[in-house]
Design a binder for this molecule. Sequence first.
Ligand code: PGA
Length: 250
Amino acid sequence: MRRKLVVANWKMHGNLASNQQLLEAYIKQLSSFKNTDVAVCVPYPYLAQAQSMLQHTNIAWGAQNMSKDAEGAFTGEVSASMLRDFGATHVIIGHSERATAYCESDENIASKFMQAKTHGLTPIFCVGETLIEREAGVMQMVVSKQLEAILNTHGAAVFANAVVSYEPIWAIGTGLAASGEQAQSMHEFIRGNIAKLDNAAANSLKILYGGSVNPQNAVQLFAMPDIDGGLIGRCSLNAQEFEGICRVSA
Ligand code: PGA
């Protein structure tokens, strides 16, 4: 039985004062959840704040991106070991908002995934199709190509205890979440692709759904057998709504 995981993705929101309020509310409202794992991925400058406020709580923290390289002359980049220095345990890899705006290639994303694993971070690897791709009926092909970037070079075993987040691009920030059936069908497909190569890795892999999750639609989504939790953007900025989502998964 996989434990559910709910991850807040704050994106580029917050400041020291508002983060403090939000994290205090998270701590107060989420401390009683024993059967679900919760993590919050903050902007880099607030990792120290997350560490100092969350270190003795049941809430983990992490980042929204990291470098594919371990160290070196890479101006503006942040390495996996730097994230570890601040107690981070999770890192989002290949979010579509980055993949499109900063032209991240599948190869880069695969390297980041491996860097995260090597440094003991749990990668949250985002996959998903655009609306045009869904309407053309090629969403499975698109997602399997995204998975292949890692599978073809590193094999399926690296997915053991990792996290994949299925985030249809048309559902992100639009208020239009995938239905439970749409998401389950893709989650089953993702797990099946990995299970063909490594059944144990596929069973331990958590597959989150992301894209306009709220406390109401989480009920149907989280009831699906292959949906192991969610990656939450907008609703994670409101402690009440985030708590509502975590409660559904608890
Ligand atoms: P959203 O974002 O919940 O605001 O749609 C999800 C995500 O981008 O991870």
